[in-house]
Design a protein around this ligand. Sequence first.
Ligand SMILES: Cc1cc2nc3c(=O)[nH]c(=O)nc-3n(C[C@H](O)[C@H](O)[C@H](O)COP(=O)(O)OP(=O)(O)OC[C@H]3O[C@@H](n4cnc5c(N)ncnc54)[C@H](O)[C@@H]3O)c2cc1C
Length: 525
Amino acid sequence: MTDTEPNEPRSGAPAVGRRGVELLAGDARDTALLANVRPAGWRNPRPARRYNLVVLGAGTAGLVTAAGAAALGAKVALVERNLLGGDCLNAGCVPSKALLRAARFHNDLRDAPSFAGCAPIPLEPDFAAAMARMRRLRAQISRKDSVRRFEGLGVDVFLGDGAFADRRTVEVAGATLRFQHAVIATGSHAAHPPIESLAAAGYLTNETVFNLTERPRRLLVVGGGPLGCELAQAFARLGSEVVIAGREPYFLPREERDAAEVLADALRRDGIEVRLNTEVKGVSRHDGEKLVRLVNDGQETTVAVDEILVGVGRVPNVEGLNLEAAGVEYDHEHGVRVNDHLQTSNRRIYAAGDVALAQKYTHMADATARIVVQNALFWGRKKLSALTIPWCTYTDPEIAHVGLYVKECRERGFPLKTFTVPMSDVDRAVLDGEPEGFVKIHVRDGTDTILGATIVARHAGEMINEISLAMVAGIGLETVSRVIHSYPTQAEAIRKAGDAYNRTRLSPRLKALSRCWLAWSRGMG
Ligand SMILES: Cc1cc2nc3c(=O)[nH]c(=O)nc-3n(C[C@H](O)[C@H](O)[C@H](O)COP(=O)(O)OP(=O)(O)OC[C@H]3O[C@@H](n4cnc5c(N)ncnc54)[C@H](O)[C@@H]3O)c2cc1C
């Protein structure tokens, strides 16, 4: 399949997908994706008498749970109401990162004169081609999440809405699945903000935005979190005029302020109009435009756009599961309540991934699924609180973090020392033309124990893994400085932070002694 097939469906073509995430009807790549993750004519198997594990939801958390348990010999049923692969494959990480890569390519072309010494390349980004590439790659990756693959692993795959009938039974599409243990892995969906007339004017979320085939000329992105920042940058680099409006005074409010400031500057450089501290009050339609009222510091302004993309948070999928019948406690904001072993208030039922976690990331869905397999099937006592969790926002530059922030260290009463290395001090970053950002590592004062780190750099998501490894293995910053890093690499910034730590260990007394010794040895010839 190529990315320039004739008969591209147009934006607005009816979408397929039963609930939540939608795909583009008539698109060959999305048809290939569907054949993997929701094959037409699929017939649910006859249920086993009892399952070791019934898994509700086939996103990352559900798929990893099902595959892991089946590999250990468990009889597993996997229930999915829409598309296997869940958000990550169909409407999250995979399509967004494919789009960001195409956007980065276009941005790099702007630097052609400085890299290649050539005249500026007058290239108009081909939005439809970038979206088609994304769909092709998504379809390709979907093989790993396919119904057939899970069938081959020995998992009974049921397509349909799953709900508990009682404390030990799930029902789906007329079938009754009895279980020893069950796992709720039903994920989350986009929050819909109560903005006046927004619904009537029409707007996009992550569930629909990847169906666009035509570039919106003017786009308003509502929300200054990871999703809003990543997609605002992608659309701007692919040629849309983008305004991003965030309620907080900074992007990524959780991140350290200097990181958020680098990001704000980067978005402005991409030509994005940044409106922080800004509330979206209401929308009206006029002559095919969407007029959006924004309020900042009591001052109201109106922006005219063609599309609105909303990314203001995630809501756990707890509706329709009949959790009351199963004796599972939950609330609509935080989702299913779990203890540190990911067990719900029904000790036979566990939860993993977005439906139960504050940290809504694919790698957390994966990590918690692994905990659940051990705890549910083998009386394991693995704990959520024992995990070291990195995360990354994949803007350019990327912003990655692991461990504690300065504020959290202070709240916990940990005295800390911070070692910061600007990327402009790292030869490879300079040579690559990527000198923006920094590596910042916090250690417990008086020790080399790493408490946390923030990296702002083009490849921060890759670099943070070295710090995560050090933290998990209990390796201190002094040891990190002894690890030989290939030259020139951007990860040398981490070693340099280790060198900076080592310099602090030289007390004035040691320094004086060393100076005396060297002076004496010079005198001895
Ligand atoms: C735009 C975007 C970009 C993202 N990018 C990243 C990233 O780069 N890196 C990262 O780590 N994370 C990223 N995430 C987050 C990541 O996608 C989620 O954390 C991850 O998909 C959660 O997996 P999950 O299995 O918990 O839930 P989901 O993927 O939501 O899967 C849950 C599944 O359960 C099904 N389901 C729900 N109710 C029922 C029911 N009653 N019966 C049967 N099935 C049911 C749903 O249909 C769904 O398929 C991104 C998210 C978005 C929205």
